[in-house]
Unconditional design. Structure first.
Length: 357
């Protein structure tokens, strides 16, 4: 199933495992089950710490498999053969289950651990979807941290009847405890903010107690990040509040001709922006939506959470967003049939060969 090159790469990664892993397969007589069994056997052949077992479970999707520690309930399940864009999600799930640290800060890990309740997540994805791995990887990490969170990543192409019955119109689409939870790209922070409403209140209280900033930037795209860096470098008390740090670059994999960067990927570019900003003393307040600016000697930015931030100077760098045309159902069906297309995308496609942005 895996070619020699991929096996070599995977073998090197799997040397980082410090704990045993059990892959539990739920299979039938179909071709896809045989394909999955081949993949799991290949993986197990690359590390002595990985074993594969087959189990019967009438309620389980087939083919599917779980990744967990031997003898313990597993929170991660793939109802798919996770190749394509999801191969990275598979590798990360193996490494993290096997003891490799996750790229999450301690406060976030603690917040996930403290979530109360039982959370059964299902994510529908496609192997060619570029926005899906972030959601799959976020929910897998959450399932590893908190045993009351379970996540199944489902390849819609293998489970068409479900896709139709549940009216999944776009990927990624998430369900929580059988109810629609949202669609489109989202990471751990966004999912947590939706789940842990108590945390939103705590965050609002913390934000409300911030001192007056010299400069407060609203917007965390490339423009807001640039302002923050130049402001903080001058020793000015700088805050940056953003609904989604990174901005529009997160909506695309292909970023070209951003001055000095000939070609990169959107998420990579956004991570570089974040690292650059964090190199300076900037108070970054992510996943916070500003709703109102009240100008004055000290300006106020009112956030959706109810908190009010104060600053001597406010800089708005809120970029662009998809324009709505206010037709019934537009918001409800966003990502489920309603989509946007930029003039940039259209012109770039037709003139890609000669275009230089
Ligand atoms: C699909 C796509 C492909 C692209 N490809 C390229 C490319 O190849 N090369 C290139 O150079 N450019 C490309 N661009 C354009 C590029 O992404 C933008 O020019 C750039 O992101 C603009 O930066 P910005 O900081 O002004 O705004 P944005 O990136 O739009 O950032 C705005 C910020 O403000 C925040 N915000 C907005 N409203 C609020 C609010 N009320 N409260 C709090 N925060 C708020 C947002 O969350 C975000 O953090 C592409 C854009 C898209 C969508």
């Amino acid at each position: 199933m895996l070619d020699a090159n991929l096996k070599n790469q995977l073998k090197a990664y799997l040397e980082k495992l410090t704990r045993p892993i059990e892959l539990v397969a739920f299979l039938d007589d179909g071709d896809k089950s045989r394909e999955l069994k081949g993949l799991l056997d290949d993986i197990a052949s690359l590390s002595t710490r990985i074993s594969v077992v087959e189990k019967e479970d009438a309620g389980a999707r087939r083919p599917s498999f779980t990744i967990g520690e031997p003898g313990k309930p597993a929170g991660i399940r793939f109802a798919s053969i996770p190749m394509g864009h999801e191969f990275t999600s598979l590798v990360l799930a193996l490494l993290q289950t096997g003891g490799h640290p996750m790229k999450l800060d301690d406060a976030t890990i603690e917040q996930i651990r403290n979530l109360e309740g039982d959370f059964e997540f299902e994510t529908y994805f496609s192997l060619s979807c570029q926005n899906c791995p972030e959601v799959v990887q976020a929910l897998n990490m959450m399932a590893l941290i908190n045993p009351r969170i379970r996540h199944v990543a489902i390849d819609g192409a293998l489970f068409q009847q479900e896709v139709e019955a549940r009216q999944v119109m776009a990927v990624p689409t998430m369900f929580l405890n059988g109810e629609s939870f949202g669609s489109g790209r989202s990471g751990v922070k966004e999912i947590l903010a939706k789940l842990d409403t108590g945390s939103a209140e705590r965050a609002a209280k913390e934000l409300a107690s911030k001192p007056v900033f010299d400069v407060l930037i609203v917007g965390g795209g490339p423009a807001g990040a640039a302002v923050a860096i130049y402001s903080a470098r001058k020793g000015i008390a700088t805050g940056l509040v953003a609904e989604r740090f990174g901005g529009q670059v997160l909506d695309t994999m292909a970023i070209e001709n951003f001055i000095s960067v000939q070609e990169t990927e959107g998420p990579k570019f956004a991570t570089a922006l974040e690292q650059h900003v964090k190199h300076y003393e900037v108070d970054v307040m992510d996943v916070q939506r500003a709703e109102k600016l009240v100008p004055g000697r000290v300006n106020e930015i009112h956030l959706a959470s109810g908190a009010v931030l104060k600053a001597k100077t406010v800089i708005l760098s809120t970029g662009a967003r998809w324009r709505e045309i206010n037709v019934p159902g537009e918001r409800e069906y966003r990502g489920r049939g309603v989509a946007w297309r930029t003039a940039r995308t259209a012109t770039a496609r037709s003139s890609r060969a000669s275009a230089s942005r």
